[in-house]
Design a binder for this molecule. Structure first.
Ligand code: 5AD
Ligand code: SF4
Length: 471
């Protein structure tokens, strides 16, 4: 299960008050795990004097952290590299050096191609090797030629990374924490098992230690990340293997941590204990990203998903029985090879039956080296377009209806920062909806009941019930 995509984000931590000895700019594409990885690359480079800056123009080192999940990933990378090359040349003319590193899943999949086509790139590194970045920087400087590290090392990078720097800037009340990585499920369409490697889980101790540091620095809500997060099986302090449920209970005991989310889950790994935790553990938020990809049994089989549409419906029924206010989100792929009109209609029917609060839907995009890429019966683009439009219309209606159903209710909102309008503060509902109210700044960082009065395009507006603190 790939993680949800998050668009472009740069590291925006404020530099120290002392002038940075070396400036680092990280460009992040792709999922939340890439956002997490980018922050950790910053942690690894900090002892070398690198401090994050917001623009590439003045950076001594630029990391492009890439995503390979869909579309013309490699072309996008080469076009961005063309832009970075100009910056590197302009700085060189002024006698300054710029190290360009390409990281992430495109680097993993197309490392050699990158070095061949963009010889001004200094370092190419895959998602499992960035703990070795300081050594790569030194080697690139020493050898004066490019360094490539795209193997899957025997060691786990998490055992070698420095402690994650706790978010320092006010406003970081929510944080991502990677607990599991990689995938052994080999869905027909997906590149993740090839780019992120085999499934592996971090130890319980390292996860809890990082979560404690986050909570100590003010984080109230943690989103646990993993390509198959609910397959988590980390070694516990007692030598036994802990599953996600046990980990969630331990996290909920950390003072200050009031909200726990996890993403992305595979339907096959949703077990009874985890379903029961949604009933019994208040810190587990009632919102679950549980991608189904298709509603047709034939296509689910072709995708190698390992479950039927009815098994998914049944799973949703059990989840909602445990936690009646649970909202679901999903990913869908339209136009997987072999998808007929009838298969597509089965997907529409599943959407109607389940009702999603949020969803991400994509046209199937062949990934080189994956089984579906070479499959017969590829669906023409115009057919994919038409089906995607119909699906997105239905999903949009469901999302709007879900958000509209909040109006008139009082919901706990974790305020995370100031809003755009004067006097406004903004936060998130348990269902991930942004909520804006007029209210005092001192509520930022707290969870407070809000009476929802209106549905805006992608958010909700409300009134503070009282300045009563939930937790
Ligand atoms: N084409 C289109 N969408 C894809 N996804 C993964 N691989 C592909 C592909 N080849 C989608 C899936 C996954 C999400 C992160 O991206 O829906 O859940
Ligand atoms: Fe998710 Fe399947 Fe890709 Fe694994 S192979 S990351 S389960 S979509």
């Amino acid at each position: 299960m790939g993680l949800r995509q998050s668009g472009v984000a740069a590291m925006t931590r404020t530099p120290d008050h002392t002038a940075p000895s070396r400036a680092l700019h990280v460009i992040t594409w792709g999922c939340q795990m890439n956002v997490y990885d980018s922050a950790r690359m910053g942690d690894v480079l900090r002892p070398l004097g690198y401090q994050p800056v917001d623009t590439p123009d003045t950076a001594d080192m630029i990391i492009l952290n890439t995503c390979h999940i869909r579309d013309r990933a490699a072309e996008k990378v080469f076009s961005e590299l063309g832009r970075l090359r100009l910056i590197k040349e302009a700085r060189k003319a002024e006698g300054q050096q710029t190290i360009i590193a390409v990281a992430g899943c495109v680097a993993q999949a197309e490392g050699q191609e990158i070095l061949a086509r963009a010889p001004y790139v200094d370092i190419v590194l895959g998602p499992q090797t960035y703990h070795r970045l300081p050594e790569m920087v030194a080697r690139a400087a020493r050898a004066g030629r490019a360094v490539i590290e795209t193997d899957f090392p025997a060691e786990q990078k998490f055992d070698f990374l420095p402690e994650a720097e706790a978010p320092q800037t006010p406003g970081n009340y929510t944080a991502f924490l990677t607990i599991q990585e990689g995938c052994d499920k080999f869905c027909s369409f997906c590149v993740v098992p090839y780019t992120r490697g085999a499934e592996s889980s971090r130890t319980v101790q390292s996860v809890l230690a990082e979560a404690r540091r986050m909570a100590d620095s003010g984080v109230r809500e943690i989103s646990l990340l993993g390509q198959n997060v609910n397959a988590y099986h980390g070694e516990g302090p007692d030598g036994t293997v802990w599953d996600l449920t046990r980990l969630a209970y331990a996290l909920a005991d950390i003072p200050g941590l009031t909200r726990i989310r996890y993403t992305t889950s595979h339907p096959r790994d949703m077990n009874d204990a985890l379903i029961a935790a949604h009933r019994d553990l208040p810190a587990l938020m009632p919102f679950l990203h549980l991608p189904v990809q298709s509603g047709s049994d034939r296509i689910l089989r072709a995708m190698n998903r390992g479950h039927t549409a009815d098994e998914y419906r049944d799973l949703v029924r059990r989840l909602r029985a445990a936690r009646p206010d649970l909202a679901l989100s999903s990913d869908f792929i339209i136009g997987h090879p072999g998808e007929t009109e009838e298969d597509f209609e089965a997907t529409m029917q599943l959407v109607r039956d389940v009702g999603f609060a949020l969803a991400y839907s994509f046209k199937y995009s062949p990934r080189p080296g994956t089984p579906a890429a070479g499959a017969p019966l590829q669906v023409p683009e115009d057919v994919k377009d038409a089906r995607l439009q119909a699906l997105q219309k239905l999903l949009r209606e469901q999302q709007d209806a879900f958000n509209a159903s909040m109006v008139g209710k009082t919901v706990p909102v974790l305020f995370t920062g100031k809003g755009r309008k004067p006097g406004q503060i903004t936060g998130r509902s348990p269902w991930l909806q942004p909520v804006h109210v007029i209210g005092p700044d001192h509520l930022i960082g707290q969870t407070v009941p809000v009476h929802i009065t209106e549905r805006l395009t992608n958010s909700l507006g409300g009134l503070l019930e009282e300045e009563n603190v939930y937790a």
